[in-house]
Design a binder for this molecule. Structure first.
Ligand code: NOJ
Ligand code: CA
Length: 655
């Protein structure tokens, strides 16, 4: 177990029965105040920052069939914690978890407790039930009443099926519904509503009640019930991150801190990786998942990709379309999770991977057929383990059988079952079409990364992802945790695909699709979009011989320190990470060209670094300017970016 608690003070400050109807909790630094008031009508909470109201008295509570909670009586217990814990991988190896806590217990039978934590970077609360009988939850009352509905917000619409949606930057008052993270700014205070530790419960989205009031809405089961829970149950945390700047939201570990320590004792098999794969060709339409003349996952292609990975300091390779079942796509979704296509010699491929010290990934697209996948899970995972596999990419494209929403309690249970089963077979998970990240990677560190937003694939067969979208992602979706965006396309006009006579229009109007950024920005995304499993997503032919691929060769997906240095939501972002003795910077801009001044004070003092700078060439998005220079922590770097561009920098100590 790699968790080291360097400082753990869990002091019970007081435990007393009080009848007062107001309970106040302040953050350790005193800047944030969370207040609960309760009376016969129910419980409400408010949040203020530096004496200014952020969330006005807002409803709290759960609605369960046949249960009438008694909100009147209350007992409050208080405690606080200041600990530093470490994780096997993550943006930062160590995290400080520092909060004051109060638990307000309601009802003569103490059957509902509202537990609240106030941190310097936000607040969170959850409901804990203590009933003898199980509960049928039909609603959650939690509201977020914004004191300043004129404030700005950034979010995707609410959907119980997908997060692959575009952002809206609109005043809070105009938000009809939204998924979380829901990021906002009012009077210079930045915040983001989300949830943490989502287990055995539906996801929460937000819906407008009336002007400036967003209410929790839970993804229902087919019978309309939101959740069936045991009498003793703890809901996920409802969290509000708070920061004085937009990048402050990114530099917070609040969501992780709200999760429990790792349940996996031996984490030695869990390792970040850089990977490539047979993938982009299928989205472009030059290759296909099914066996036939344009099959991507053939033995010959596999060898080529493994050789490329081994020669370029990558650790893993993914092959989509390796297993039988893709011919059923679009009809009755059915996959075989063990049987490889005849032209994919899995045993020799696994042996070749081992010989080359490359991790073989397995791909499990389910098409939404959960009963079939769950029935196959144990055997498939045992088989993958026998092949020496440590990584599985899952996929849930398509509606779940039985009319269940992806994000319902049924879906949440399924995704969790996969994570826990995978842990028993020492498998890491990269989930596409997942349930949103709520920090469970702390507790289940084999839950490495997930999609859960519009990824690269959208550039192959839709209007694509704009540079503004990419400048919003870090401040919204990425607050929840790592994303497998599948970044780094170098052939931004798909020239290779266009030259391929076998190219089909399988996935839509590819002819006018292209990557909507410069290549330098594609490189910068490897740093900006944190993922412990980081892909070089292009066809390897497009990297071969390209001088700018040196960046990914030098890059390390296993960082120990990260900081978002500067940025504005939807406009630009600069992120730095350290892995071993190397530092990396990734910067990106929206549709505007920008020049930024970036102090390098995060570099190790007293060391001179050789910087390799991968920048834009004005007027030519497909060209990368590679320059080099010597820098120390006393220097300030000028980062110039073309419209839709970016810059990526490697700092390696000069020997
Ligand atoms: C959608 C995933 O996001 C993508 O990465 C994958 O290639 C397809 N589904 C097929 O599984
Ligand atoms: Ca997807």
């Amino acid at each position: 177990m790699r968790h080291i608690y360097s400082l753990a003070i869990a002091a019970l400050i007081s435990a007393s029965s009080v009848s007062a109807a107001q309970y106040r909790l302040t953050s350790p630094d005193g800047h944030i105040v969370f207040t609960i008031t309760n009376n016969a009508a129910g419980a409400r909470y408010s949040v203020s920052v530096d004496d200014r109201m952020l969330i006005e008295p807002s409803a709290m509570g759960l609605v369960a069939e046949g249960v009438k909670w008694d909100y009147k009586k209350a007992k409050v217990t208080r405690s606080s914690l200041d600990e530093t814990w470490t994780q096997p991988w993550g943006e930062n190896t160590t995290c400080r978890n520092h909060y004051n806590e109060m638990a307000v217990t309601l009802g003569r039978k103490s059957d509902l407790t509202i537990r609240v934590r106030a941190f310097d970077d936000g607040v969170a609360f959850r409901y804990e039930t203590a009933m003898t009988d199980s509960l049928t939850v039909t609603d959650e009352l939690t509201e977020f009443r914004f004191a300043e509905p004129v404030g700005r917000s950034w979010s995707i619409p609410a959907s119980f099926e997908t997060y692959e949606l575009n952002y809206r930057a609109i005043p809070i008052a105009e938000v009809a519904d939204a998924n979380t993270p829901f990021t906002f700014e009012t009077s210079g205070v930045y915040g983001s509503i989300h949830e943490a530790a989502l287990y055995d419960f539906p996801e929460m989205v937000l819906r407008r009640d009336s002007l400036g009031i967003l209410k929790a809405d839970l993804a229902p089961l087919p019978d309309g019930v939101k959740a069936y829970i045991p009498g003793r149950f703890t809901t996920p945390w409802r969290s509000i991150q708070i920061a004085p700047s937009a990048v402050g939201l990114i530099n917070s570990a609040l969501i992780l801190n709200l999760n429990e320590p790792s349940k996996i004792t031996n984490t030695s098999w869990i390792e970040p990786q850089k990977y490539c794969g047979v993938w982009w060709g299928m989205h472009l339409g030059t290759e296909v998942w099914t066996m036939g003349p344009r099959h991507g996952a053939t033995t010959a292609n596999a060898i080529r990709y493994i050789d490329f990975a081994a020669a370029n300091n990558l650790q893993g390779v993914l092959f989509e379309g390796w297993n039988e079942g893709w011919e059923n796509w679009g009809g009755n979704q059915h996959f075989d999770y063990i049987k490889a296509y005849d032209d994919f010699d899995i045993d020799s491929i696994a042996r070749y991977c081992k010989a080359k010290n490359i991790e073989l990934w397995m791909h499990n697209e389910t098409g939404g057929n959960i009963p079939e996948y769950e029935a196959a899970l144990e055997d498939a995972f045992a088989y993958y383990q026998s092949l020496g596999v440590h990584t599985v990419k899952t996929g849930y494209a398509g509606g779940f059988k039985g009319g269940y929403f992806h994000h319902s309690q049924y879906g949440v249970r399924h995704y969790q079952r996969v994570v826990e089963t995978a842990a028993r077979y020492q498998l890491m998970i990269d989930a596409h079409e997942p349930i949103k990240e709520t920090g469970i990677r702390r507790t289940w560190p084999n839950m490495m990364t997930r999609e859960g937003a519009r990824g690269m694939e959208w550039n192959a067969w839709s209007e694509g992802n704009s540079a503004e979208y990419l400048c919003t992602l870090p401040y919204v979706r990425l607050l929840s945790g790592p994303m497998d965006y599948t970044p780094g396309i170098f052939d931004i006009d798909y020239l290779t695909a266009k030259a391929d006579t076998g190219r089909i229009e399988w996935n839509g109007p590819n002819a006018h699709c292209r990557i909507k950024t410069t290549i330098a920005r594609q490189i910068a995304n490897w740093v900006i979009i944190y993922s412990p499993l980081q892909m070089a997503a292009d066809l390897v032919d497009n990297y071969e011989g390209h001088p700018a691929f040196q960046f990914f060769r030098d890059f390390d997906a296993d960082c120990q320190w990260s900081e978002a240095l500067q940025g504005e939501i939807g406009k630009y972002i600069v992120v730095a990470r350290r892995a071993g003795d190397k530092f990396f910077i990734g910067a990106g801009t929206d549709g505007e060209a920008r020049t930024l001044s970036q102090p390098l004070s995060f570099l190790e003092p007293g060391i001179t670094y050789r910087a390799m700078i991968y920048g834009d060439v004005e007027g030519n998005p497909a060209s990368v300017a590679i320059t080099s220079g010597l820098y120390t922590s006393a220097d300030t770097l000028t980062i110039s970016m073309a419209a839709t561009g970016g810059q990526a920098i490697t700092f390696i100590p000069e020997k």
